[in-house]
Design a protein around this ligand. Structure first.
Ligand SMILES: C[S@@+](CC[C@H](N)C(=O)[O-])C[C@H]1O[C@@H](n2cnc3c(N)ncnc32)[C@H](O)[C@@H]1O
Length: 345
């Protein structure tokens, strides 16, 4: 029997749930709170936050207020003066891949690493304002555990984005890794900050097909909110002689990635926090976009280098990225556009 289309479902947004997805996720978020979900890291005692030797930022400047605090983010987050007031957190933790971070063990036993992950996630949840958003950059091996932990803590998942890069590390015994997950959660989907208009890109309809219907729209002609897989010019892994590269730092994230997150989920003057500052990408971009920011970093050496970038180098790609197209096909020359172009010539 031929498949019948269901025309009677009552799902806001229809099959693809373009608007209804968030409402469903928010409804489900509450029911997770009562669930008894156990993960491997739960077997280890939670970290007891120590009062950091000093909460006074090691580096600080005004207009907009930007601070770098040195310490273990699990301790700093617990004692942060602005706890409960942070509008946006972006976290790019160590992945436990044996990277030689200064003074930091990046090769913990798996359950210790999970416990560490839950501890800093809990610190972030407490630091966030009730309308705040939390983004986590994480590869395949820990993405699922983070999603489940944030769900069991009652947060709503808004998007599970993927940052796709073409220049992954070569391997031959399995597929080459070419992505990291960008997980977008919030405390309250109804009050979260969302500036879709500030991050528009050229739609495929406009870029490939020159479709007149998209140009006839009342708003955002030829433009759309980007899809949830992110790639393109300036979106590669930062390495070698990339203009924005900061030497001696591991796993530096592209500025365009933070630009999209910060523009979409905060407003000018808002407070953005990064618990794993690294080379300082988050605070550098936040400052360029007139947001206040706090970076937490375990290594004093990294913090010093990040501060130099934040205050002296600044955002490098700012003016090179306008609204781009992420289309993967060349523009098609339709009869209509070909005719118009020939007549114009
Ligand atoms: C993956 S890197 C962050 C890279 C950053 N997103 C960037 O674009 O440069 C992780 C950073 O977290 C720092 N770190 C590791 N454990 C930490 C902890 N418990 N608290 C604060 N920072 C920590 C490391 O020293 C390293 O600089």
């Amino acid at each position: 029997m031929a498949e019948r289309k269901n025309t009677e479902f009552n799902r806001p947004g229809g099959y693809a749930m373009p608007t209804g997805a968030t409402a469903l996720q928010a409804r489900d978020a509450k029911s997770y709170l009562d669930a008894d979900i156990r993960l491997f890291g739960d077997a280890v005692d939670a970290h007891t936050p120590k009062k950091p030797r000093s909460l006074k930022p090691k580096h600080e400047t005004k207009n907009p207020h930007t601070q770098v605090i040195i310490g273990d983010c699990r301790d700093v987050l617990a004692h942060l003066p602005s706890k409960g007031d942070v509008d946006l957190i972006f976290a790019d933790p160590p992945f436990n891949w044996d990277v030689p971070y200064e003074n930091w063990d990046d090769g913990m036993a798996r359950r210790e690493y999970e416990r560490f992950t839950f501890d800093w996630l809990d610190g972030c949840i407490d630091a966030l304002a009730p309308h705040g958003s939390l983004w986590v950059n994480i590869p395949d091996d820990t993405a699922a555990e983070i999603v489940v932990h944030l769900k069991r803590r009652g947060l709503t998942m808004i998007n599970w984005c993927v940052w796709h890069f073409r220049f992954g590390q070569n391997r031959s015994s399995s597929f080459i890794m070419s992505k990291v997950h960008a997980l977008y959660f919030c405390k309250n989907s109804a009050t979260r900050i969302w500036n879709g208009d500030d991050i528009l890109e050229l739609s495929d309809r406009a870029a490939i097909y020159s479709d007149p219907r998209t140009m006839a729209k009342d708003t955002n002609k030829g433009m759309r909110v980007p899809m949830d897989v992110w790639y393109g010019k300036y979106w590669g892994r930062i390495q070698g002689n990339n203009k924005e590269r900061r030497h001696q730092h591991h796993n530096q994230i592209p500025e365009v990635y933070l630009e999209r997150v910060i523009k979409a989920c905060s407003n000018e003057g808002d407070l953005v926090l990064d618990p794993f500052l690294g080379s300082g990408t988050t605070c550098t971009v936040a400052r360029a976009l007139k947001r206040r920011s706090i970076g937490i970093e375990y290594s004093a050496v990294n913090a010093k280098s990040a501060w130099e970038r934040i205050t002296k180098v600044g955002m490098i790609q700012r003016d090179s990225t306008g609204p781009q197209s992420s289309a993967i096909f060349e523009p098609r020359r339709t009869k209509r556009t070909a005719l118009a172009t020939d007549q114009d010539a």
